[in-house]
Structures are given as C-alpha cells and as structure tokens.
Design a protein around this ligand. Structure first.
Ligand SMILES: [Fe+2]
Ligand SMILES: [Fe+2]
Length: 355
C-alpha cells in the first residue's frame, strides 16, 4: 500500500523514545476534585470549585489558557483586551447558559407549521413586513454578542458561554421569522432604516452595548413577544412567539444582572450609564421597534385584524407600548437604577404607571 506524503512526514518526525517528555504531568492546576451532579445535572455550578470557581477581578491572562490551568511561558498572546470582571460580569451567566442549552428548540420541528391559516392578502403582507423587521433585529442581536466573544478573557468563561448561547438563540429567532414569512403565501418585504440596530452593534463599551441591546432593545422585543397571542392567527404563530420570548427572557436577565453587578462594583459609572440610556431611549422611541420599516402600520393591521380595523389595532399597539415601557422601568429598578423614572425620555415617561 502506498503511504501518502502527510503520513510519511508524520512518521519521519515521530520522536524517538528517548526524546519523549512527561514533565507536563507535573504541570497541573488544582487536582483531586470529584464534582458530583446536582439537581439539574453536572452544571457549571458543580465544577466551579476551589481555584476553578474564582473568576479574577482583573485577568492578567492574555493567553488561551483556561481559568485554573497551570500557566505556561512563551505562549502567544491572543488579545483578550476586556479584562476587568466588573465590565462584563453577570451573576447569573452560568445558570442562564445551562438553561439555554437545556431549552434549545427547533424551528423546523417544534412549530406546528401545518396549523398556519390562509390570511387575507393585506394581512399576510403585514405579517411579512413584521417578520422582515424581526429578522433584521435578530441578525443584530446575534452579530453583536459574537463581536465581544474574542475580546473577553477566557478566565471569565461563564460570560463567554452565555454570549455564545445567545448567538445560537438569535440564529434560531431569525430563521423562525424568516420561515414564517415564507410559509404562508407571502415573502420578505422591505428592510427597515436600521438606525436603532446600528447603535447596538456600534457600542464601544460592553456595558453600553448591554444597556442598549439587552435592557432596552431585547426588553422591548420580549414585551412584544409576550403579547404574541394578540399577533397570532394560529397555534404555529403562538408557539413561535412563546418560544422566542422564553429565550429573550434569558438575554434580558443577563443584561439586568450585569447592570446590577456593575453599579454595585463601579458606582462611579452611574451617570455614564444614564447617558447610554438617554441616547438608547431616544433612538428606540424614534426609529426603533415602533417606527421601523412600516412596523407601526403592519402591527396596527395585525392587531386590528385588517386594514379597515387599523385604528383599533393602533390602540392595542399603544397598550403594548405601555407594557414595554413599564416592564423596562421594572427591570431598571431590579438593576438598581430606579432613579431612571425621573430621567426617562419624554416619549416614554407619560406611559409610566405610578411608582
Ligand atoms: Fe432574539
Ligand atoms: Fe435576544
């Protein structure tokens, strides 16, 4: 049998027995753990013991070495420039990651697509426009966390795992809305102006990005998905919004707990965070969920049940907007930013329920 060139090279460079080196056996992190599965299996909580469970406040590690591994000299730096724990940390990141892995679903098989009902043409066009808008939103929600992954230290791996799970969730969301647009006689409609979405992906600071994306953007989207029954004509659409809302609640929760951690550990950043929310709220009030690419009109048609009943639909949309604003305020209170109530953009503040 002929030996190919690669195999020949490998055989030629195989070290002789005298050259073998077993010194790596002495180079270990902490040893002697027998992590045992807990109530939800062998989760990150169970393995985060001893030195493995101590994320540093500031990571000195610029290499690929995982937290708890023995350091090795002479290895290249990777360029993990976001090294401060408080800049990215969220207490619930590990738990949210585990939940994300356990609750993955398939847009191909978990949505009862056969239940879709034929709709009047103008209603189907409104659905198509709404789904086109949502598909754009979901692209940004996936692209943005993926930009941050290669910047965060491996020693803060829980946050990286959570962000990776968000990227997967958003991939599924963009595909489920794209599928809905194409599964009932419609297609994609026109893309939106994208101003609000551009602000999310352009944020230069992690907490700025998280405040605008997780808390404002995804918070508003989650409140909208929670009202999905009103936007559904079939069990397929209800299931689509219910499953997407379940995923969004993790993304929003990460952002809320990140803001809480950051405000507790870096209280001097409070005004800076308000400034991000000032611009984020204005963008979302002006060109965000409500006014992007015909979404107001398409939502008015869907909620009213047709072009003729758009007025009624727009009243329902206003009720959803109130829900969005009040749920947003509640999240800010949980994060420790209750003083936002007095500073919220005038486009939202009249909708706030009394404290
Ligand atoms: Fe999403
Ligand atoms: Fe999301």
């Amino acid at each position: 049998m002929a030996v190919d060139q690669d195999t020949q090279h490998m055989l030629q460079t195989e070290p002789a027995p005298d050259d073998l080196d077993l010194s790596w056996m002495e180079s270990t992190g902490e040893r002697g753990f027998w992590a045992k599965p807990g109530r939800r299996g062998l989760t990150l909580e169970e393995i985060n013991q001893g030195s493995y469970g101590n994320p540093p406040e500031f990571s000195e590690n610029m290499t690929m070495a995982p937290r708890g591994a023995a350091p090795r000299s002479g290895v290249p730096r990777i360029g993990y420039h976001v090294r401060e724990k408080s800049d990215i940390w969220s207490q619930n990141a590990a738990m949210l990651y585990e939940e994300a892995v356990q609750r993955q679903w398939s847009s191909a098989t978990d949505i009862p697509w056969d239940e879709l009902q034929p709709l009047p043409d103008h209603v189907e066009r409104a659905y198509s426009q709404f789904c086109t808008f949502l598909t754009e939103v979901e692209f940004i929600a996936g692209d943005t966390p993926s930009q941050w992954l290669p910047q965060i230290s491996n020693e803060h791996y829980e946050v990286k795992l959570f962000l990776a799970s968000q990227v997967m969730d958003e991939a599924r969301h963009l595909d489920v809305f794209r599928k809905r647009a194409l599964a009932n006689g419609g297609g994609l409609m026109s893309g939106g102006p994208g101003t609000g979405l551009r602000a999310i992906i352009s944020a230069r600071d992690f907490s700025e990005m998280s405040a605008i994306m997780h808390i404002i953007g995804e918070g508003f989207i989650q409140s909208l998905f929670r009202s999905g029954e009103l936007l559904s004509n079939s069990e397929a659409e209800k299931r689509m919004f219910r499953l997407a809302a379940q995923d969004e609640s993790r993304h929003v929760s990460f952002g809320v707990m990140h803001m809480k951690h950051m405000l507790e550990t870096e209280p001097e950043r409070r005004e800076e965070i308000h400034s991000y929310l000032d611009s984020g709220e204005k963008i979302f009030a002006g060109t965000g969920v409500s006014a992007s690419g015909g979404s107001v009109e398409s939502l008015g048609i869907l909620l009213g049940g047709g072009v003729k009943h758009m007025d009624e639909g727009l009243k329902k949309l206003l009720a959803i907007r109130k829900r969005q604003v009040n749920e947003y305020m509640h999240r800010l209170e949980v994060a420790g930013l209750g003083d936002r109530r007095e500073r919220m953009t005038s486009a939202f503040s009249p909708m706030l329920n009394p404290a």
